[in-house]
Design a protein around this ligand. Structure first.
Ligand code: MN
Length: 351
C-alpha cells in the first residue's frame, strides 16, 4: 500500500487531484483508514492513475475520462481517437473564423485588376421519386443559395431560410462589415426556420450560401448541401458535410468507402431547425476570373459522382446549360431525391 503522498509522486497527480478523483469516482483509494481518513492506494492502481493524468493533459472532460477508464485498451484507444477528432473539428471552425478575420484586417482593396462580377443560374427539381420538392435554390447578383428542407414543413423551412438572406442582395458592403452582415443573415435565417418549425427538431433545413463582395465570396454553410469550386479544370469541395457519417469517417470509425453506402448517410449532425440552435461554418474565398462555383443539394452528389460533376461543369459553357445538365444527370441516375443546383461564373465586368 502507498500513502497518498507516495502515490501522488509516483503517478504525477497532486494529492488534491487524487482527492477530487476519489469524490468523482474516477479513482477510488484501495483503502481509507476509518480512524484517520487517510487514503491508501495499491501499486496496481498506478497504471489507471497515469492514464487519468494523461487524459487530463489532453483536456478530456472528467465524464469522458470515467468512460475511457472503464474500457478495454483497444476500445479506450478508439474513444481517445474520436475525442481528438472532435477537438480538431471544433478547432477547425475557429481556425476558419480566425483566417476570415485576418483576411479582413489585412486585405488590400484590388485596384489594379478588372472589376469582377457573377454570371449565374439556379434550378430546383423534384426528381423522379419524391412527391414534392422541399429544396430551395436561388441565385442573384450577390447571393447564391441552396437549402434542402426536411420534415413535414421542409419546403417552407428551406424557402424561409433563403428568403431571410435575400436582404443581402441590396445591402451595401463597406469593407470589414461582411462578417457582421453574415452574422445578421444567419440569425435571421435561424429565426425564420424556427418560426416555421414551431419548436420541432424534426423540421428544418440545410443552408449553403455564397455572398459576393465584389472580389470574394463569403460562404455560409450548415448541413449536407455542398459548395464546390471548379478552378483550372479541377473540382474542389469547399464545404464540409455536417453529417453523422462524415464525423465517423473523421473520427476513424468508418471507411470513406463505407460512408457512401451507409444507410444513415443522410443523418445530419447540424442543421437549421426547430431544435437547439447550431452554428454554421463561415469562410471567405478569393475569387479569380474563370472560377466556377457550384452549390448543390445531396440530390445531386448522392447519385452523380464527383468526376462526372467535374466533367459536366468543365464542358458546358453557360451557367444555365450547366445547371440543366447537372439536374438532368441526377434524374437519369434515378432522381431519388429533390435536386438543386446553382452555378455561378466569376467574369470580368463588361466596361
Ligand atoms: Mn436532399
Amino acid at each position: 500500500m502507498l500513502t497518498i503522498g507516495a502515490f501522488a509522486k509516483a503517478s504525477r497527480l497532486s494529492p488534491k487531484a487524487l482527492r477530487l478523483y476519489d469524490e468523482l469516482e474516477l479513482l477510488r483509494p484501495a483503502r481509507v483508514d476509518p480512524e484517520t481518513g487517510y487514503r491508501y492506494y495499491a501499486v496496481e492502481q498506478l497504471a489507471r492513475a497515469r492514464l487519468v493524468a494523461w487524459l487530463r493533459r489532453l483536456g478530456m472532460p472528467l465524464a469522458s475520462i470515467r468512460q475511457v477508464c472503464a474500457l478495454e485498451p483497444a476500445a479506450a484507444a478508439r474513444e481517445i481517437r474520436a475525442h481528438w477528432a472532435r477537438v480538431e473539428r471544433e478547432t477547425a471552425v475557429r481556425r476558419d473564423l480566425a483566417a476570415f478575420l485576418v483576411d479582413h484586417l489585412t486585405a488590400e482593396p484590388r485596384k489594379d485588376t478588372a472589376m469582377l462580377e457573377l454570371r449565374y443560374s439556379a434550378h430546383s427539381d423534384t426528381g423522379r421519386v419524391r412527391p414534392a420538392n422541399q429544396d430551395t435554390a436561388y441565385a442573384g447578383t450577390r447571393l447564391l443559395a441552396v437549402a434542402d428542407g426536411f420534415g413535414p414543413a421542409g419546403a417552407p423551412a428551406s424557402s424561409a431560410a433563403v428568403e431571410a438572406l435575400k436582404f443581402l442582395e441590396s445591402e451595401e458592403l463597406p469593407a470589414g462589415s461582411v462578417l457582421n452582415l453574415l452574422e445578421d443573415a444567419v440569425r435571421g435565417a435561424t429565426e425564420a426556420v424556427r418560426d416555421v418549425a414551431e419548436g420541432s427538431e424534426e423540421v428544418g433545413t440545410t443552408l449553403t450560401a455564397l455572398l459576393w463582395t465584389g472580389s470574394r465570396l463569403a460562404l455560409v454553410h450548415i448541413g449536407d448541401s455542398r459548395a464546390y469550386l471548379l478552378r483550372d479544370g479541377g473540382l474542389f469541395l469547399i464545404s464540409h458535410d455536417h453529417t453523422v457519417v462524415r464525423a465517423m469517417v473523421d473520427e476513424g470509425r468508418l471507411d470513406p468507402e463505407e460512408a457512401t453506402t451507409h444507410p444513415q448517410r443522410a443523418l445530419l449532425l447540424k442543421a437549421l431547425s426547430g431544435g437547439a440552435p447550431a452554428v454554421p461554418d463561415l469562410k471567405l474565398h478569393d475569387a479569380l476570373p474563370g472560377d466556377r462555383y457550384l452549390l448543390c443539394s445531396d440530390g445531386l452528389y448522392g447519385v452523380v459522382p464527383d468526376e462526372r460533376i467535374e466533367r459536366l461543369l468543365a464542358s458546358v459553357p453557360a451557367p444555365d446549360g450547366a445547371v440543366r445538365a447537372l439536374v438532368d444527370e441526377a434524374n437519369r441516375a434515378g432522381g431519388p431525391d429533390n435536386v438543386s443546383c446553382v452555378v455561378a461564373d466569376v467574369v470580368e465586368a463588361a466596361a
